[in-house]
Design a protein around this ligand. Structure first.
Ligand code: ADP
Ligand code: MG
Length: 362
């Protein structure tokens, strides 16, 4: 069944919204390309004070972000925040602005959680039951303590992040802005989901094909910076791109850009000292000096490592060092040598219990 016919009928029968339907609440974020608010429906004021939807008022890139969200909603709904509707709001400025609506997933991004001293034990604690306990059903008594327990939570978060990334990549979408600020803990599903498709590229259909490298966050960007090599011809029209892009995907492995960023998140979770901006920037500088060779970096820092660094190595060295092995297969200079999201999910770091946890959450 043709995707566009499907999209047409879906649009026809779905509830549509316009500007006056929303009551604006608290501002959640403001970037160069849009402002995000918590909102509620005017007709149906939510029982909660704050509203159960999120609105992004976006500039010209909003059109691409709507496209990406529509596509994700059809192809891998659970990977990203639940998208409700997007439209061009024409009444105010000339040219108008794009309004995008999502369900409000929860209060905390992975960044919020990671910046707390409690991390990773604070994950999911705003609801009544602790995170890990509710997920590892039947195993509550056997929960490991200390560093092993911490590792178990980080493993679960990484598993969920990679699961979501695999969904996006299998759909042909590269996110290009994977960072803790763009990973939200969904209180409904008690899983982490990806948000902010504002810099994403859909390579199968050629949408946002020309690299907008100025959109990329330098703290989390892989060294290649650009998704496609500069030799790649500029954006072909949609039908041509559909035929060509699987080949380009194979040649350039654009998905591995996100893998590098996800690897940095893994690193930040293991090493508390790299969770702040300045900490991460310092790490990036050190790694660059080691030519992006994590093992070389380890050799330079480990001999004079303080408590926090040593704790990170201890965590990654558990079970014969499979955590370290996974990390080094994600954070590599050459995109070609980085593991794919699917490959990472099959890594022994995610043991049978880990996979059980993953499947329980879908
Ligand atoms: P920006 O382009 O400003 O980075 P984002 O889409 O990342 O826009 O949203 C900004 C912030 O708004 C996020 O970091 C998050 O705190 C919050 N947010 C966005 N979408 C949701 C959602 N669906 N549920 C809850 N909070 C959200
Ligand atoms: Mg964002």
């Amino acid at each position: 069944f043709d995707m566009f016919v499907l999209a047409f009928f879906e649009r026809l029968f779905r509830t549509t919204y316009r500007k006056d339907d929303f009551v604006l609440g608290k501002k959640l974020g403001e970037g160069a390309f849009g402002v995000v608010y918590r909102v509620s429906l005017a007709k149906k004021p939510s029982s909660k004070k704050e509203g159960d939807l999120v609105l992004k008022k976006a500039t010209e890139y909003g059109a691409v972000e709507i496209w990406m969200n529509e596509r994700v909603r059809r192809a891998c709904a659970n990977c990203c925040a639940d998208f409700v509707y997007g439209f061009l709001e024409n009444s105010s400025k000339k040219g108008g602005e794009y309004w995008l609506i999502w369900r409000f997933e929860g209060e905390s991004t992975l960044s919020d959680l990671m910046l707390s001293k409690e991390f990773p034990y604070n994950v999911g604690t705003s609801s009544h039951q602790p995170f890990v306990e509710t997920m590892i059903i039947g195993e509550v008594q056997d929960l490991p303590k200390g560093i092993e327990r911490e590792n178990r939570i980080i493993q679960t978060i990484m598993g969920q992040l990679l699961f979501a990334l695999d969904g996006l990549h299998s759909t042909g979408i590269v996110h290009r802005d994977i960072k803790p600020q763009n990973v939200i803990f969904s209180e409904g599903s008690r899983t982490f989901k990806i948000i902010d498709l504002g810099a994403a590229a859909d390579l199968r259909v050629g949408i946002n094909y020309i690299p907008k490298e100025f959109l990329l966050d330098p703290r989390y960007a892989a060294p290649e910076q650009y998704i496609m090599s500069t030799q790649t011809p500029s954006a072909p029209s949609a039908p041509v791109a559909t035929a060509l892009s699987p080949v380009l995907w194979q040649l350039n492995l654009p998905d591995r850009f996100d893998i590098y960023s996800a690897g940095l998140i893994f690193l930040q979770m293991a090493f508390p000292g790299f969770r702040t901006d300045s900490g991460l920037i310092q790490f990036n500088r050190q790694l660059k000096r080691c030519d992006y060779d994590l093992n070389a970096w380890r050799r330079t820092v480990e001999p004079r490592a303080g408590l926090e660094l040593r704790k990170g190595f201890t965590l990654l060295d558990l079970d014969g060092g499979i955590g370290w092995e996974l990390l080094t297969s994600m954070v590599r200079y050459k995109a070609r040598q980085r593991v794919s999201a699917k490959g990472a999910l099959a890594h022994p770091y995610f043991d049978r219990e880990g996979l059980l946890v993953l499947s329980l959450m879908q």
